[in-house]
Design a binder for this molecule. Structure first.
Ligand code: FAD
Length: 470
């Protein structure tokens, strides 16, 4: 695919669309748009220009201009992605959604919130909560990620075990299509089978099929009672084998997470606070919510008993806000804590059927031993979603790339042999495009390519992400 460069003339046209103040072309100001949260320099590239539209009409005009001139468009949310999805690796125009950051409507009668894509996930959660409602999407990055980025990556997160991933909470989207048309699918109707399910095609399309400019989010009643359990185990295998037992005990936990010993130690170091049983081989963290206090108590007692019968060292119950916050801080600081030990690392996002997590963790341990490297793991145990992180530590650039290629190559083979996939929630972006294209069948890939070609014949929309450039 041959693309053209952004010329001075195009910059002038962009200024005419969004106003001079919303166009950046100075390298110092564009630096923060040259990367996301992938820590490897390989996945960084300076944009040619950054624009900050304020309306869907402006987004439409930018996309029409890019189409006319054959210039790549890279939609960008908060840049918290872990797949280099928002990085302009093939040059072009970065379209930052940061100024489309308004909550447009809170409909407490129909349980909907209508928002622009640049609202942070945390603000959506807080606004819902202040009105006695729950927005159940809850990625660990919620304080900074944008809701539009969550839609584009179909973000998962902690509460997905009970409430599902982002796609379950989206009932309508306004999208600027790759030809610049502004279209709306869905809205406030809970049931809607009018035509193809375009919403669920767009959710998770990582900015390769269009730019999301408005979102109808489903809300639900806020559970009145919440309890968190922190359950230490002597070793990872004993801990993780309890997960399928919890999942089949007749209770749906809100969250069911795990941390291995290196993740616990790193969190303790990062938070500079002693964590309970921090010498344990693993933690299971479990949240229960509900509308009845006795029901929540019955549920956590059942889970606690089950864990103690299956090797837990202790069961800590946190039923007040401050202890709950402490537990979640330890789990949510995983990325920052790992970065303290090894500033360059490669966080993976593999997913396997829940009953195969023990085998997958064994494989990770085997690979780490073989290549003499550290691969701490933590993640969403209830979903089979494992964040295994290869650490560079003292290796040279060359040694690091060799290590990463070997480890990821073997890890993905193991994951597919266990019936898994290479990304559960972080997405493919540019970082995993080659690996995904290798592991999908030709028939699967031809479906994906046909969709891309039909909607984006010039291939300008986030090129090189998800699908390898042809
Ligand atoms: C500490 C940490 C914890 C995390 N925890 C989780 C977790 O628990 N679960 C999880 O799923 N992810 C997690 N992530 C990954 C990341 O936060 C999510 O992928 C998030 O959804 C990205 O949102 P963003 O606004 O930062 O998007 P960006 O990183 O800016 O973009 C991500 C992708 O979406 C596209 N995009 C962004 N906005 C739009 C739009 N309006 N229209 C079309 N395309 C768009 C971009 O082109 C890119 O391909 C975590 C990341 C960090 C750093």
């Amino acid at each position: 695919m041959q693309f053209n460069k952004v010329t001075d003339q195009i910059v002038e046209e962009l200024k005419a669309i969004v106003g001079q103040a919303n166009v950046l072309y100075d390298e110092e100001k564009m630096e923060m748009y040259s990367r996301d949260e992938v820590s490897d320099k390989l996945w960084e590239k300076m944009p040619e220009v950054v624009v900050k539209p304020e309306t869907a009409e402006q987004v439409s005009q930018i996309v029409k201009l890019a189409n006319r001139e054959l210039i790549p468009i890279v939609p960008r949310g908060a840049g918290t992605g872990l797949a280099a999805g928002a990085v302009p690796l093939n040059g072009g125009i970065v379209v930052s959604m940061e100024k489309m950051n308004k909550i447009l409507e809170l409909d407490t009668e129909n349980l909907f919130m209508v928002v622009q894509p640049g609202v942070t996930t945390g603000e959506v959660q807080k606004t819902a909560k202040a009105n006695g409602l729950l927005y159940a999407g809850d990625p660990c990055s919620a304080d900074s990620s944008f809701i539009g980025g969550n839609v584009a990556t179909n973000a998962g997160g902690n509460k997905a075990v009970k409430y599902g991933v982002t796609s379950r909470h989206i009932y309508g989207l306004e999208i600027v299509m790759p030809n610049g048309d502004i279209v709306t699918f869905g809205g406030k109707n809970v049931k809607d089978v009018t035509g193809y399910d375009i919403i669920h095609l767009m959710v998770g399309s990582e900015g390769t099929l269009g730019i999301v400019t408005k979102i109808w989010l489903k809300l639900m009643p806020l559970p009145k009672y919440v309890a968190d359990l922190l359950i230490p185990f002597a070793d990872m295998q004993t801990a993780i084998k309890v997960v399928p037992k919890i999942m089949t005990a007749g209770i749906i936990p809100t969250c069911l997470e795990f941390m291995d010993s290196l993740s616990i130690k790193s969190a303790e170091m990062y938070l500079n606070k002693k964590l309970p049983y921090s010498d344990a081989g693993a933690y299971i963290i479990c949240e229960i919510d509900g509308t009845s206090e006795t029901q929540v108590q019955d549920d956590y007692e059942t889970i606690g008993k089950l864990c103690l019968e299956n090797g837990a060292l202790e069961v800590f119950v946190a039923d007040n806000m401050s202890t709950q916050e402490r537990i979640w801080k330890a789990r949510k600081c995983y990325a920052e804590a790992i970065r303290m030990i090894s500033p360059v690392y490669c966080m993976e996002d593999i997913v396997v059927p829940v009953s195969n997590i023990p085998k997958c963790l064994e494989a990770i341990e085997r690979i780490a031993k073989k290549y003499n490297c550290k691969i701490p793991s933590c993640g969403h145990a209830g979903d089979g979603n494992i964040h295994a992180t290869v650490m560079r530590e003292g290796r040279s650039e060359e040694e690091w790339h060799e290590l990463k290629d070997n480890v990821l190559g073997e890890l993905y083979e193991e994951v597919y042999a266990l019936g898994g996939n290479l990304s559960g929630e972080h997405g493919i972006g540019a970082k995993r495009a080659e690996a995904m294209n290798k592991h999908m069948t030709d028939a699967q890939l031809s479906v994906l390519r046909a969709i891309k070609k039909a909607l984006d014949p010039n291939g300008i929309m986030n090129p090189g992400k998800v699908l390898v450039l042809e």
